[in-house]
Design a protein around this ligand. Structure first.
Ligand code: FAD
Length: 429
């Protein structure tokens, strides 16, 4: 029997009456709840807001399967001092947040050591290799089979220098078997005539597809989950306790839910709850911004990424979405929409006819671990508790695969990839 078929099998009799609670209805929690409900049938999804209103609402819509190379590469950490000094750089670090950030940055730098880096890269590639297949299957199940584009993504290199500085990453993408096609500026212009002439080269990444509406994806997951008998509770999880054979999930309303399986998927807010279980995880937030342009005045087939400027332009259901960048400022600081305007200015250089009068701005919290690979793991302290968080820049990409892997772990099946890189054991207390 093929692996994909085995994963859809119902659970064994021993687990039939098990109850599961999933915490957080972002794209990760909603996908996990949907897959668990299909197999277990007794799942509650707890969300303090509406499903999909966190980071999953406004991301850049890219199933970015080639973005598996860890961000913690030496070229990134050597740039940190410059970022601290330049407020317009692709990464902004709020000075008052620096003291809190030092341990995280230190672990980030350590993750860029060559042997560690190669290990993380190989494991990131293993996760991303499945991502497009798993996402398409999941989108088909929830009635969104046609909501993913065919066109793929173009990585833009305006100058020879930009191209050469990303060369080793492009080689790595190729070496892991992802299709990639280097084209010159003229061919790029033929394929996407709105792009300014004179670009040096582009890398065509045909497997990096675009989801038409990432928010609709989460809403449909939640809707299908309830249609299949799942329950959504609008409440905040205030505490988690160990109990015999699982966990008690305590809600702000005072209600307590006993769960044989509890999955923590609270995005950038997962850190507080992990701490309550005695397992503090080094989770930070990398804040990102977008500008959604409802009447852009141009058409784009591909999504575009400009690596040296760390932003993307994606054709989405509601017009063109421009965004990206990283702002390290914690969970509570007010948004600085000047960050969105920086990327918009870059986008207008790339797409001179782009009109942006009719647009909205948005900020979201990426859940970010310092080694830049997610935490998809059983708890090391509390049997029955699992983590699915820390997906950073790739939560949309990896949601469907994460959900299947969590089902494997929670239902006692052996995942078909090595999970040690994603385990909680990698953090020491
Ligand atoms: C600008 C930007 C662009 C991006 N572009 C892409 C992209 O193109 N491709 C890609 O793959 N990824 C992208 N990402 C990353 C991606 O959006 C995230 O990795 C992903 O959304 C994280 O999903 P999540 O479910 O973990 O978190 P979230 O979507 O934040 O969901 C967490 C949920 O938990 C709830 N919650 C929190 N605490 C509690 C509690 N105590 N009780 C109950 N509920 C709680 C929250 O309300 C929230 O709904 C981008 C992110 C940003 C910001």
């Amino acid at each position: 029997m093929k692996t994909a078929d085995r994963k859809d099998e119902p659970v064994t009799d021993g687990m039939k009456n098990s109850t599961a609670v999933v915490i957080g209805a972002g794209v990760i929690g909603s996908a996990v709840a949907h897959e668990l409900q299909k197999r277990l049938g007794n799942v509650t999804l707890v969300e303090r807001d509406e499903p999909g209103c966190g980071a999953s609402k406004g991301n850049l819509a890219s199933i970015a399967v080639t973005e598996f190379t860890p961000i913690s590469r030496p070229s990134t950490w050597l740039s940190i001092p410059g970022w601290l000094l330049n407020p317009k750089s692709p990464v902004k670090i709020k000075p008052s947040h620096v003291p809190r950030l030092i341990p995280w940055i230190w672990q980030f730098i350590l993750s860029g050591r060559p042997s560690k880096f190669r290990y993380l890269e190989a494991n990131g590639a293993a996760l991303c290799r499945r991502a497009l297949h798993d996402t398409k299957k999941l989108m088909g199940e929830i009635g969104l089979a046609n909501d993913i584009s065919d066109a793929g993504c173009m990585a833009i290199y305006a100058t020879e220098r930009e191209f050469h500085s990303d060369r080793s990453r492009l080689e790595a993408i190729k070496s892991y078997g992802f299709p990639i096609d280097i084209i010159d500026g003229r061919e790029l212009h033929d394929l996407e005539p709105e792009i300014v002439p004179g670009i040096f080269k582009a890398a065509r990444l045909p497997e990096n597809k675009t989801v038409r509406d990432p928010y609709l994806y989460v809403k449909k997951l939640a809707e299908t989950f309830t249609k299949n008998g799942g329950r959504i509770l609008k409440d905040a999880v205030a505490d988690l306790d160990m109990r015999d054979g699982g966990a008690t999930v305590r809600l702000q309303s005072g209600q307590a839910l006993d769960a044989d399986i509890a999955v923590l998927c609270a995005g950038a807010h997962s850190g507080k709850l992990a701490k309550k279980l005695g397992e503090p995880i080094p989770l930070e937030t990398e804040r990102g911004y977008h500008t959604q342009i409802m009447a852009p005045g141009i058409d784009l087939g591909h999504s575009l990424i400009w690596p040296s400027r760390a932003f993307m332009v994606s054709p989405t259901a509601g017009g063109i979405r421009v965004g990206g960048t990283v702002e390290m400022a914690g969970l509570n600081a007010a948004p600085d929409y000047g960050r969105a305007r920086i990327t918009l200015r870059h986008a207008r250089k790339l797409l001179p006819r782009l009109r942006s009068e009719n647009s909205t701005e948005w900020m979201g919290h990426r859940p970010a671990l310092p080694d830049t690979v997610p935490l998809i793991s059983a708890s090391s302290r509390v049997p029955g508790v699992f983590y699915a968080t820390g997906h950073g820049h790739l939560g949309l990409t990896q949601a469907a695969t994460t959900a299947l892997l969590i089902c494997d772990l929670a239902l006692g099946r052996r995942p078909d990839i090595d999970m040690s890189a994603f385990s909680i054991d990698r953090f020491s207390w």
